[in-house]
Design a protein around this ligand. Structure first.
Ligand code: 5GP
Length: 114
């Protein structure tokens, strides 16, 4: 099967500013940042979206949440606050069909999103 864009980044086939990686996930800076800090955290497993996760993915999802916390701390935005976003499907605004968590911070956020 064709690799997703984010698999290619994880496999170093497409360059990106990687800020964290381990055996389960990779985090890198968004190419078009929406705020001073904008990191994408992706599992190495090419799960298409949150709508496609399985029960067996529960430990991986927990791992991603903990790593999102760690990345927010490392980026200096944990204390002031930050936003985590999972866009899912067409109506959710998802453009890359590989599960990813946006970790966005460094400025005050608005609600609701557009
Ligand atoms: P989505 O819209 O699917 O939730 O988020 C996809 C994100 O991937 C967007 O914020 C977009 O800027 C980012 N993105 C798209 N292509 C690339 C790329 O080649 N490199 C990096 N680092 N980010 C990308």
């Amino acid at each position: 099967m064709e690799k997703t864009l984010f698999q290619k980044i994880a496999d170093r086939e497409i360059p990106a500013q990687i800020v964290y990686e381990d055996e389960l996930c990779v985090a890198f800076r968004d190419i078009s940042p929406a705020a001073p800090v904008h990191v994408l955290l992706v599992p190495r497993k090419p799960i298409p979206s949150l709508a496609a996760v399985e029960e067996e993915d529960a430990p991986l999802l927990a791992h991603l949440m903990l790593k999102a916390r760690d990345i927010a701390r490392a980026e200096g935005i944990a204390e002031g606050g930050f936003r985590t976003v999972l866009n899912t499907g067409a109506d959710g605004g998802q453009t890359v069909p590989h599960l990813h968590i946006h970790i966005i911070g460094g400025r005050s956020m608005q609600w609701p999103p557009g």
